[in-house]
Design a protein around this ligand. Structure first.
Ligand code: MG
Length: 473
């Protein structure tokens, strides 16, 4: 009897211990889930300037060596149909940070095309920028590099959601050094200010030694990441490099090394910088909680001859709405989350990064305005089909071409530089981009139904479009 009692007592104890074990395991899982929920992923967007589709080793360049970007692609996902939202700097950056076509924010202009050094306009206060959204989720946000969304104080990054800014307010050829790296006497005579280098809201140098820029951007980026991690805060690092926009200046460590010449040296420094940032994320133990995306603001500046890059097999470059002007390298990296070694032909656009980051951070995407981006999570996390089926190709305020699935119709074409007015096409020129990525064979006559479908899409787009007055005057 007592033995039976003892056994029952023992059984109850075992059961009790088991229950305690199960409950504490459940609590641990719940606590971990809560931690994960409290700490959304970090984001790093590395944005090259005027880098072409064909300028990286992993995109087929024969002599530019980019070992770190190639490795990033092997460890992550490489897009072959990823677009910037515009073919020149200012509108492209506005679209990335607002998730909206520049025509909606007024950050485009048919004559000026980008903000000039003396312009007094900039990104409107009522636009919601990605760092402003992420802030609502506790993120710290830095812009390290070239801004180009307004250079008077009210338009600087610290007024638009960023906690930290180090870099240039606009392009590196807009001070006293011209595109070829020589003193620009005309700019000095016209009273253009010397190129300012900002630390937050203060100009700390003018006409900085441009050979040091990529290295300094990298150092400031690492400093920011370290501080954010030490503070236990999720972070967004926006790193818009000043290069390979002309004038080209190579860091002494890379100068004279590339078989592609100075342009190759400059791209090599950006490759090095990317590697250092990925290494830092690993060292700090946050690589598995950080999405890094590498792309470029627009295609190569072809009229800069050997100082301009290459769009590879794509037609034309910066300033044009042919593919070379807007299709870019796009590499996503997030160990354990973005599948490794994947090359995807899914459509994507810089405006999608706005929505994707907001969704991943648990921030709400604005519903009081049209957002042109899509959530690319299905592509990035599961290698599924892209929600993006179309692309609108604007030049300034003019809709030039539209992509729908594999088809692209050009309603207007215009040389990147030197042609004052566009040439209209009715019927539009039609290319099947997946068969003919170089846009060589117009097949509009053979596909009237596709042309009609794209025309209907244009009508829908234009019927809801409310163009904002230009801010680039
Ligand atoms: Mg650019």
């Amino acid at each position: 009897m007592s033995k039976l009692f003892q056994n029952a007592f023992f059984g109850q104890r075992v059961l009790g211990l088991l229950l305690v074990g199960v409950i504490s395991a459940l609590l641990a899982v719940a606590a971990r889930a809560a931690t994960v929920e409290r700490q959304p992923p970090n984001f790093v967007i590395i944005f090259a300037d005027d880098l072409g589709y064909g300028d990286l080793g992993c995109y087929g360049h024969p002599t530019i060596r980019t070992p770190r970007l190639d490795r990033m692609a092997r460890e992550g996902m490489r897009f072959t149909q990823f677009y910037s939202a515009a073919c020149v700097c200012t509108p492209s950056r506005a679209a990335l940070l607002t998730g909206r076509l520049p025509i909606r924010s007024g950050m485009c202009h048919d004559r000026y095309r980008v903000l000039r050094a003396t312009a007094t306009g900039g990104i409107p206060a009522d636009e919601v920028l990605l760092p402003e959204l992420l802030r609502t989720r506790g993120y710290v946000c830095a812009c390290i590099g070239k801004w180009h969304l307004g250079s008077v104080p009210e338009y600087l990054p610290l007024r638009h959601g960023f906690d930290r800014f180090f870099g240039l307010p606009y392009s590196n050829d807009m001070g006293h050094i011209n595109a070829w790296g020589k003193t620009n006497q005309a700019a000095i005579r016209r009273g253009i200010p010397p190129l300012p280098l900002y630390d937050n809201l203060r100009v700390v140098e003018t006409e900085p030694d441009q050979r040091t820029l990529t290295r300094r951007y990298t150092e400031k980026s690492i400093e920011f990441i370290r501080q954010a991690v030490a503070a236990g805060k999720p972070f967004f690092l926006y790193l818009p490099h000043s290069f390979p926009h002309v004038p080209l200046f190579a860091d002494p460590e890379f100068a004279g090394k590339s078989r592609r010449g100075l342009y190759g040296d400059v791209v090599r420094a950006i490759d090095w910088s990317t590697g250092v940032i990925l290494d830092t994320l690993h060292q700090l133990g946050v690589a598995d909680n950080t999405l890094v995306f590498f792309t470029s603001d627009n295609g190569p500046w072809l009229n800069k001859r050997e100082h301009g890059g290459s769009a590879g097999l794509l037609r034309d470059g910066k300033g044009s709405t042919w593919e070379g002007g807007m299709r870019e390298p796009g590499i996503a990296w997030w160990p354990g989350h973005v599948p490794a070694g994947v090359t995807t032909a899914a459509l994507g656009c810089t405006m999608d990064l706005f929505v994707t980051c907001a969704v991943m951070a648990g921030a709400s995407v604005p519903t009081d305005r049209v957002i042109d981006g899509y959530d690319l999570s299905p592509v990035l996390l599961r290698n599924e089909a892209s929600p993006r089926k179309e692309m609108f190709f604007y030049r300034g305020t003019r809709l030039m071409a539209v992509r729908l699935g594999p088809w692209k119709a050009h309603f207007k074409t215009q040389a990147a530089y030197g042609q004052r007015e566009p040439q209209s096409h009715d019927p539009p020129l039609l290319y099947h981009l997946e068969h003919d990525p170089s846009e060589r064979f117009d097949v509009a006559k053979e596909h009237p139904k596709i042309v009609a479908e794209i025309k209907a899409l244009v009508q829908r787009h234009q019927s809801e479009l409310k163009p904002a007055p230009s801010r680039l005057e």
